[in-house]
Ligand binder design. Structure first.
Ligand code: ADP
Length: 491
């Protein structure tokens, strides 16, 4: 594969997408957003925190290894465990008291938008879409402040029984609490002393306290559901956050209720605009019952497009009964990329999707059902556009507008990605799945599906990596829809 050629293709695809994006009328983005509060811990912070407690009690709590943060002592114990082991950990907190306590006793260095729907809304708005309709069922006043101030993000608001679209700052629900995830970072060699023993942090790492307030429901307000047409015109919907559905709730409702409501929303969106495309962005879902329900009941047959990373491909295959294939994806051995490809094809077939977009470090794979609406070159270019966005995001930690995203063009295409694809090419041509010629362009015309494989741009020393997966999926999906609209306009 010729790396120079791929650089050139990236550049052309980027400017083509830039031209196509204005053809979009709007995108609907729901459900999950939160606030990420980031604090880098110093030795002073730590001795102050430890000083707030009886050190013997801390030690006892460390031995208990709390699985959730129910009180401040659990927090200090989990922090010490993380620091000692140098392992990344995410621990849930189910009450707002933890957040209040951390705010009072520690504070944060800075805060940013978190959650897939929050990140995707802001990205699409900054790419200059005419209209991004965001919907977060738990939009608080504080959360509303984290939406991009670009004037093109609107959120439904019920006023006198009427659904109106307003800027998030005017659409929040008064009295709603905020979902704040704390990200506590600490550096290698930080010295920690507690109860007479001292150790040094073995490597840079972080502890995440993820907020899971009990009142959070992944659902849509009844009035908004009933007047969903007030969101129009929209060309597509990007839905995420289903992982927040719980098996059972204290009020006796179960995941079945929320799954059913979620499907109704999807069906209604499609009935309002039969051309509308729906994308679901997946993330890791610990609970297997929920993971399976999301895939087989919400995604399957209802949505068009699925975005996920390689670990999620393996996890999805696992609950769908393809254990061997799942392990082979995870092992990432010599056959890793082949298994990934086969796994993505399996997901497309089992879940009856039009499109499965898998992103990995160095390459992306997109499996397409026969009859998808664009040419393979157009589908490929949508992925290349998203690769430029990912590079810009990794390089600068943010994308404020399309002009800034051009910085991604300077990032080189990953040599490792090219190498991985070359391994795959041998496999493919060996099995006559494609000809070397097609592969040079990044396309495969399969018997029962088509596929795109592109090498992507990778930043060596990224400024930040959070949310890049969401950026890739949103960028490619928006570029694909934009090209569809541009074609409809006869361009
Ligand atoms: P997140 O949910 O934080 O976005 P994911 O695992 O879903 O994480 O996505 C991460 C993706 O971001 C990877 O699959 C890869 O394609 C991309 N990525 C990660 N690091 C870089 C980097 N340094 N440069 C370019 N792309 C990156």
């Amino acid at each position: 594969m010729d790396i120079e050629e791929w650089e050139q293709r990236h550049t052309e695809a980027f400017y083509d997408a830039k031209e196509a994006l204005p053809y979009l009328d709007g995108m609907f983005v729901a459900y999950n957003s939160n606030i990420d509060a980031i604090r880098h811990l110093t030795e002073e912070d730590l001795s102050r925190l430890v000083g707030l407690f009886d050190e013997a009690e801390i030690q006892d709590r460390v031995a208990v290894y709390p699985r959730e943060i129910a009180e401040p002592l659990d927090f200090v114990a989990r922090l010490l465990i993380s620091m000692r082991e140098g392992k990344a950990a995410e621990v849930p907190a189910y009450t707002a008291e933890t957040h209040e306590w951390l705010k009072e006793h520690l504070g944060f260095d800075y805060a940013r938008m978190g959650g897939q729907a929050g990140i995707i809304s802001n990205l699409l708005a900054r790419l200059g879409l005419k209209k991004v309709v965001a919907y977060v069922p738990w939009l608080s006043e504080e959360q509303a402040e984290y939406f991009a101030d670009s004037g093109n993000i609107l959120h439904p608001k019920v006023e006198n029984g009427q659904v109106l679209l307003k800027p998030p700052g005017e659409a929040f629900k008064p009295g709603t609490g905020s979902k704040v995830n704390w990200i506590l970072e600490f550096s290698k060699d930080l010295k920690v002393t507690c109860a007479g023993s001292t150790f040094r942090v073995p490597r840079d790492n972080r502890l995440i306290i993820s907020s899971r307030p009990k009142w959070i429901r992944l659902d849509m307000d009844k009035e908004i559901y009933e007047q969903l047409d007030s969101l129009l015109p929209i060309d597509g919907a990007m839905l995420s956050g289903y992982q927040m559905i719980k098996e059972e709730y204290e009020d006796g409702s179960t995941y079945n209720d929320y799954v059913e409501h979620s499907v109704k929303v999807i069906d209604k969106l499609k009935s309002l605009n039969p051309d509308l495309r729906i994308h679901v962005e997946l993330t890791s879902i610990q609970n297997r019952v929920i993971r399976k329900a999301i895939l087989t009941e919400i995604v399957a047959r209802h949505v068009h497009s699925l975005g996920l990373d390689t670990v999620e491909v393996a996890n999805a295959l696992n609950v769908l009964g393809y254990e061997e294939l799942s392990y082979s994806v995870i092992r990432k051995g010599e056959n890793g990329i082949m298994s990934l490809y086969q796994g993505a094809v399996q997901l497309m077939k089992d879940l009856k999707l039009e499109r499965v977009h898998v992103h990995s470090l160095g390459f992306y794979i997109c499996i397409l059902a026969k009859g998808h609406p664009l040419t393979l070159k157009e589908q490929r270019d949508a992925l290349l556009f998203s690769s430029v966005l990912a590079a810009a995001q990794a390089l600068n930690g943010k994308i404020d507008n399309l002009t800034e995203a051009e910085a991604g063009l300077e990032v080189p295409v990953s040599a490792k990605g090219i190498e991985d694809l070359e391994t795959f090419q041998l496999y493919c041509t060996g099995r006559k799945l494609c000809t070397p010629d097609e592969f040079e362009y990044g396309y495969i015309y399969g018997p029962d599906h088509d596929a795109i494989l592109i090498p992507s741009k990778v930043v060596d020393r990224p400024k930040a990596t959070v949310g890049i997966g969401d950026t890739i999926s949103a960028g490619a999906f928006a570029a694909m829809l934009a090209r569809m609209k541009q074609r409809q306009a006869g361009k």
